[in-house]
Ligand binder design. Structure first.
Ligand code: NAD
Ligand code: UD1
Length: 345
């Protein structure tokens, strides 16, 4: 059985779907602070399998102790956390508490229970403004905001934890930890039943585009067209969420069979740079739906261009992205069109 914290969220639901389809038993721990239990109903509908769900907080050591004592948990995937960059500047302590402290408590409870296989949701944001692209895992990290720093601090804590195995005298189970650095997750499950359901005004490009397309917002602001990129708009490495979810299952398998030990940072991206206008055009052309936009000022804190070198994921996990940009835009649109109000529908 796999414990999935934050399993009701955007990436969590897609990963639970892949886990159940791969034959794993799944226990979701979520406090629904940014999600709905209805999302898990949808996962069960897609897979025709049930998962165990516990409503609770990933920072609660008593609850974690209980879960580890009562269920045959072999590994943990830790998605629970906050993810909005702007908000992390306004309420940094809430971010350190939810992102950093939850991982500290979780790791302590895992250690106590003798469970040492962990997949952690890191982010390409740990690299900050890169000097060169594509980004390899060996490149310097320099996150530009509190959210990014919570992710980097967790990575460092987990590296220290894994390194402590070499000094242990009591021969414990060695740690195996995958620090998955996601690039820009977009898209939705092909069924149109699960997808990204942001509350309030979306911060990220794809949910903003789909909300304009469905008529919830008038137009998209393209944040800057004077970057040093082919068309002047920001370039990113968008990755289909189902590919990302598959990456988690593949990482988990390598951890469970001890092919990965220690703590390994691994990029999950396609390796392809896509501009804001490429994305808008692909969305419009593939879905035959208009996305009105205007060029606006640059957004503070944005970088011109970043994309992954995903070769380590291929070498270590045998993973590479399979979905194309047109899959991403058609699947995102199917989800939004079928669920204009997200799970509230
Ligand atoms: P999400 O907000 O959709 O999912 C997070 C889930 O965790 C939600 O269901 C929320 O209710 C739950 N949660 C939050 N705090 C909790 C707590 N203390 N205890 C229990 N449950 C809690 O976010 P997502 O997009 O699925 O992202 C998942 C993880 O991946 C996050 O850690 C995020 O920082 C990271 N990440 C996301 C992106 C992205 O663009 N979506 C990119 C890089 C990294
Ligand atoms: C943002 C976060 C990053 C996080 C990532 C994935 C910032 C500064 N960075 O990155 O830490 O890991 O999301 O969740 O917030 N754009 C528009 N109009 C919009 C929205 C976005 O033009 O309404 C542009 C942006 O300028 C950027 C691109 O679209 O060039 C992608 O933006 P976004 O989806 O927010 O992702 P990131 O900026 O890569």
């Amino acid at each position: 059985m796999i414990l999935v914290t934050g399993g009701a969220g955007y990436i969590g639901t897609h990963t639970c779907t892949e886990l159940l389809n791969s034959g794993y038993d799944v226990l979701v721990l979520d406090n629904y602070s940014n999600s709905s239990p209805l999302a898990l109903d949808r996962v069960e509908r897609i897979t025709q399998k049930t998962l165990i769900r516990i409503e609770g907080d990933a920072r609660d050591p008593d609850l974690l102790d209980q879960l580890f004592a009562n269920y045959p948990i072999k590994a943990v995937i830790h998605f629970a956390g906050f993810k909005a960059v702007g908000e992390s500047c306004q309420i940094p302590l809430a971010y350190y508490h939810n992102n950093f402290y939850s991982t500290l408590v979780l790791s302590q409870c895992m250690q106590k229970a003798g469970i040492t296989k962990l997949v952690f949701s890191s982010s390409a944001t740990v690299y900050g403004d890169p000097e060169v692209v594509p980004l390899t895992e060996a490149m310097p990290t320099n996150p530009a905001n509190p959210y990014g720093r919570t992710k980097l601090m967790v990575e460092q804590m987990l590296q220290d934890l894994a390194a402590s195995d070499a000094l242990a005298t009591d021969n414990p189970q060695p740690w195996g930890i995958a620090l998955l650095r996601y690039f820009n997750p977009v898209g939705a499950h092909q069924s149109g039943l699960i997808g990204e359901d942001p509350s309030g005004i979306p911060n990220n490009l794809m949910p903003f585009i789909t909300q304009v397309a469905v008529g919830k917002r008038d137009q998209l602001d393209v944040f800057g067209d004077d970057y040093d990129t082919p068309d002047g708009t920001g370039v990113r490495d968008y990755i289909h969420v189902v590919d990302l979810a598959r990456g988690h299952v593949m990482a988990l398998e390598r951890l469970l069979d001890d092919q990965i030990t220690g703590a390994e940072a691994i990029n999950l991206g396609t390796g392809l740079g896509v501009s804001v206008l490429d994305m808008v055009n692909s969305f419009t052309n593939n879905n035959s739906v208009a996305v009105p936009y205007q060029i606006a000022d640059r957004r503070a804190g944005d970088v011109a261009s970043y994309y992954a070198d995903p070769s380590k994921a291929f070498d270590m996990l045998g993973w590479s992205a399979e979905h194309t940009l047109s899959d991403m835009v058609t699947d995102s649109w199917r989800w939004q069109k079928n669920n204009p109000e997200g799970y509230a529908d």
